[in-house]
Design a protein around this ligand. Structure first.
Ligand SMILES: [Zn+2]
Length: 161
């Protein structure tokens, strides 16, 4: 369990609070809505915007198919998938560099930024693991499922640090 001091410091919550506050000062229509409902609506809108921006930037991993099976995976595997979906995975050197855990963020082989995308779709280091785990080396967003991805991570010898 993690203690979070109110909403302070949680960027999404602060923004939702600000927007809800600003909205409450504007002319209101006749329809009654609770503060809680307005806040939930704004939060949902912001999450949708974030997801659109993420996808527009070439984000792909939110499209890892969710399945019932994931409920029965180990906590470690579920955490790995959540991190891959957001691109915040320390499997990727670019992320480790960003948080100060690596001297640079480039793939040792390709000499370009080693992102989650690079590891899963592009880097030739993992072609064999990709073919074994996914049965293909060419991806279409939404065709990758969690179980195959965990299989790929294992075959590629990638271990979260
Ligand atoms: Zn590479």
């Amino acid at each position: 369990m993690q203690w979070i001091p109110s909403h302070i410091g949680v960027t999404g919550n602060e923004r939702a609070d600000t927007l809800a506050n600003e909205g409450s000062k504007q002319d209101q229509k006749e329809v009654q809505i609770t503060f809680k409902a307005a806040k939930a609506c704004i939060k949902k809108t912001m999450e949708d915007q974030w997801e659109r921006r993420f996808k527009a930037k070439g984000g792909f991993y939110l499209d890892i198919k969710k399945s019932e099976e994931e409920k029965y995976m180990t906590r470690r595997d579920r955490t790995t998938l959540a991190q891959l979906r957001t691109g915040h995975s320390n499997l990727a050197k670019a992320y480790r560099f960003r948080i100060g855990l690596a001297d640079d963020g480039n793939c040792n082989l390709c000499k370009i930024e080693e992102t989650v995308d690079h590891i899963i779709k592009i880097c030739p280091k993992y072609t064999s693991a990709r073919l074994h785990a996914f049965g293909t080396a060419n991806f279409t967003p939404g065709e990758v499922d969690g179980r195959s991805l965990i299989n790929f991570i294992g075959r590629a010898g990638l271990v979260a640090q």
